[in-house]
Design a protein around this ligand. Structure first.
Ligand code: ZN
Length: 675
């Protein structure tokens, strides 16, 4: 559809709506500020022109204003409360009852005007009732005038109502106090009065109808409901708050908090506001540091980049040369393809277990743990067969990926293999495969994603890359710099001859595979931890949680991320080894930052960080809550008990790590003296 045609349609729609809403009844055509923001500028201009053409002034009706807007219009204090009361449902109900009563009364009167009410005493009773109702209508207008002041009078129809009621009152009073003969002489009053009563009734009913219509129109200012569910939720909450009694301070405060949080667009961020949560200021600061560091985009410089250790491709000497034929490897044949010693085979028996020790495989396979683990997992599940992938292609690809990992202590090929294996444990031992209904293409993609997820990581985090304006940070606009590079560089390998592991997939399968890999790898950015965990927890807690449907990707990404940070959920020896290696890398970055004279990144200063203490905080704030949430989807009690055990063991290691820190301090002093 061409753009101009779309605009024509927009004009038609708006014209229709203007006509529909500009019937006599209440206000002028009112615009909804929220919807205005959503209206594209050209459409809005056309809309404005159309409105002018129709000579309809755009202004906001007082019935549409929220508390804040009313306050801006000078309606404050008790008048504001009165204004809110006059717009409440209870008030509308009262008016409906009155109008119904008045209608019945009028009908009775008309039916028996010449019989029952011809008797003067009966007519007086009727007049008293009618006067009371008209009096209430008068008080109602008075209250509106007090509450909404000039806003009320801006509406012509309100002035008209006032006129009719005063006229009605006058007629009733005339009828009561002036002699019939005189009246008959002045006017043909009875006929006019009957008409006026009917007219008043119609006006009153119309006022209620229009009030309802305005509320509805607020939802559909363009004839379409363009509001997001979030806006609807906000509107409901605002409405709920406005209808509450002013004394319900606690509920109003809670509702205000809900409205503030939802409007802030940081629904899933960690709560950085700990009022009353942690007594100890030190704990509070530490936890706050953890939260801040894992909920914002982090940041390298050309100078440091040069200082980075260059990658060394590990040798692939321990692996047999593969069969060149169109061989699709099966479970039994994998051992033929990978020359594995008995020790390696024995450890690979544990491939599906949490206790699996990747460091052993690293040793036993002569540094080919990534090729070995991924090939073994895929062969064990017959993936090469089911997705018709030649092992040769996979082997080309995974070898290149493995050699792309740099010789850093933590973010290396061992860690990549560890993620794939841990995810395998989640999927095939703890039931994630069934829970999320993971198909072969998806499973293959997730295992490959694990292998690629830190590809070419140089041992510096995103904060550092952004801070030092590394070429990668420039390329990826400071957003998930490393993660973007891990994905992009891995997919680049597939473009090389003989390495396209996705070439044989159908277009749909390729799309799905790529989406799974991108989603899971980008999901390993720690700055997204709290926001993603927040979404995950919200979904898991909801009755509609569907891990094999709408929540499949969210669940897979979360479990993939948890596999990435699973070190502390493994048996102590494995856990400690990983953490020591991680901190060698962290402290290396910290040293470079110190040398540059820039602020040292969180947890990376060897002169102040006690690793054991830092781990307690990390376990409490990051690991335990996320694993507890995952435990609601798949049972992972061993991970949870390891977290507790490891935490207890870290507590016994404070002194040991304090000594290590002090030794570093001494060494630093000596180096400084030498300089
Ligand atoms: Zn990782």
């Amino acid at each position: 559809m061409s753009e101009s045609r779309q605009h024509n349609l927009a004009i038609q729609t708006n014209t229709l709506n203007v006509n529909k809403y500009s019937e006599p009844g209440q206000d002028e055509y009112s615009t909804n500020s929220t919807n205005d923001q959503q209206t594209s500028t050209p459409t809005k201009l056309i809309k404005d022109k159309e409105l002018k053409k129709n000579k309809i002034t755009v202004s906001r009706n007082y019935l549409l204003m929220d508390k804040v807007e009313l306050e801006k219009n000078g309606i404050i204090g008790w008048k504001l409360n009165l204004a809110m009361l006059l717009r409440s449902k209870a008030y509308d109900l009262l008016m409906i009852i009155l109008i119904v009563l008045y209608t019945i009364l009028i009908f009775i009167y008309f039916a028996f005007a010449d019989t029952y009410f011809s008797d003067e005493s009966n007519q007086v009773v009727f007049y008293i009732i009618e006067l009371s109702i008209l009096g209430i209508f008068c008080v109602e207008i008075g209250l509106h005038l007090i509450a909404f002041k000039s806003l009320y009078l801006k509406d012509f129809w309100n002035i008209f109502d006032l006129f009719i009621i005063i006229l009605s009152l006058t007629f009733v009073l005339l009828d009561i106090f002036v002699e019939n003969s005189v009246l008959d002489g002045i006017l043909k009053i009875r006929g006019i009065f009957r008409l006026l009563r009917v007219f008043l009734l119609v006006r009153k009913l119309n006022t209620l109808r229009v009030k309802r219509q305005i509320q509805l129109r607020q939802l559909t200012a363009n004839g379409y409901d363009l509001r997001s569910p979030l806006e609807r939720v906000l509107e409901i909450l605002n409405g709920l708050r406005d209808q509450l009694d002013i004394e319900e301070t606690k509920i109003i405060q809670d509702l205000n908090y809900c409205i503030k949080v939802i409007s802030s667009n940081q629904l899933y961020e960690a709560n950085l506001d700990f009022d009353g949560q942690l007594e100890n200021t030190k704990d509070r600061n530490e936890v706050q540091m953890l939260l801040q560091n894992y909920s914002k985009v982090a940041n390298e410089n050309q100078e440091q980049k040069k200082q980075r250790r260059m990658s060394k491709s590990p040798t692939i000497g321990g692996l047999n040369h593969w069969d060149d034929s169109k061989f699709q490897i099966t479970n039994d044949k994998i051992d033929e393809m990978l020359v594995l010693n008995e020790q390696a085979k024995a450890e690979l028996e544990n491939l599906q277990k949490l206790e699996f020790n990747i460091f052993k495989i690293q040793d036993y396979t002569q540094q080919n743990e990534l090729i070995t683990v991924t090939s073994y997992i895929l062969a064990q599940q017959n993936i090469f067969q089911t997705i018709q992938l030649q092992y040769k292609t996979f082997r080309n690809f995974i070898s290149k990926v493995q050699s792309g990992y740099k010789d850093v202590t933590y973010h290396n090929k061992t860690h990549a293999a560890d993620l794939s294996q841990t995810f395998y444990y989640f999927s095939h031992t703890q039931g994630l495969k069934e829970k999320c209904n993971i198909d072969d293409v998806e499973f293959f993609s997730l295992i490959v994603a694990g292998a690629c997820h830190d590809h070419e990581h140089a041992g510096y985090n995103n904060v550092y890359l952004v801070e030092t304006q590394d070429t990668l940070a420039l390329r990826y606009n400071d957003v998930s710099v490393l993660e973007n590079h891990h994905v992009a560089s891995s997919f680049a390998i597939m473009q090389e001859p003989g390495m396209n592991i996705l070439a044989h997939l159908s277009k749909e399968q390729y799309k799905r595979s790529r989406a799974v890999m991108i989603g899971s790898i980008l999901g390993t950015d720690m700055s997204k931890h709290f926001s993603e965990l927040g979404k995950f927890k919200t979904r898991v807690g909801s009755q509609e949680f569907d891990p094999s449907g709408t929540d499949k990707d969210l669940t897979l990404t979360m479990l993939f991320h948890l596999a990435d940070i699973s070190n502390s959920t493994k048996p102590w020896d494995i856990c400690q080894k990983w953490i020591d290696l991680l901190f060698i890398e962290f402290f290396h970055q910290g040293d470079l930052e110190r040398n540059r004279g820039s602020p040292i990144s969180y947890l990376m200063d060897r002169l102040t960080v006690n690793i054991a203490k830092a781990q307690i905080g990390f376990l409490d704030v990051i690991i335990a809550p996320s694993y507890q949430a995952a435990n609601l989807v798949i049972p992972i009690p061993s991970n949870l008990s390891n977290i507790e055990n490891n935490k207890a063991t870290w507590q016994t290691k404070f002194d040991e790590y304090e000594d290590q820190m002090n030794r570093d301090k001494e060494r630093f002093k000596l180096t400084a003296l030498k300089l």
